[in-house]
Write a protein that binds this ligand. Structure first.
Ligand code: NI
Length: 182
């Protein structure tokens, strides 16, 4: 049976803490939480289940949002209509980035932020992220476009940063001339 994961709201102080590096092995409970989060994120992006279970659509979660201050991120990326790739990175690190910046045209959302926040957030168009899978094997990815934004957004959570912290108060919006909006 499907059970939603409990996601902390932005007002919760734990979202502002720096999460700790994971020391392997992960506990069975933590592995189960990863699986539950993947299912939650996948269902939230499928209309039928989104409605049935009253989910807010989202593509990523970080452990601190689930109340665990450890460096784990989970991304479920719909790369083609109805097709998903799962990415679980433990102790993720951005090891290189493009000089090109992008921003999500519609702004970003977060499952911990239950309101609309308008504004563009500058992100690297491409990042290389290294880390470990849940079993402790080394992994890396070169992420582009929306997936690159997702990695940067989720890694921010591990450092106590919420997406709107990065919106420039004096200039919340960019034009297509200034930055590539995706
Ligand atoms: Ni978020």
């Amino acid at each position: 049976m499907f059970k939603k994961v409990n996601i902390l709201d932005e007002k919760d102080e734990r979202l502002r803490k720096i999460s700790k590096d994971v020391v392997f092995p992960l506990s069975d409970k933590e592995k189960k939480l990863i699986d539950d989060a993947i299912k939650h994120l996948t269902y939230s992006q499928i209309e039928e289940y989104e409605k049935k279970y009253d989910l807010r659509p989202g593509m990523g979660l970080a452990f601190p949002q689930l109340g665990i201050l450890k460096r784990v991120i989970i991304i479920v990326h719909e790369y083609e209509k109805g097709k998903f790739n799962n990415y679980v990175f433990v102790n993720p690190k951005i090891v290189s980035n493009s000089t090109e910046m992008i921003a999500a045209e519609a702004g970003e959302g977060c499952l911990s932020v239950n309101r609309e926040v308008e504004g563009h957030i500058l992100r690297y168009a491409r990042v290389t992220v290294e880390g470990f899978d849940p079993d402790g094997n080394k992994i890396s990815i070169r992420a582009r476009e929306d997936l690159s934004i997702a990695f940067q957004h989720e890694i921010d959570h591990l450092n106590g940063i919420l997406f709107y912290d990065r919106i420039d108060k004096d200039k919340p919006f960019y034009s297509e001339m200034e930055i590539r909006l995706i």
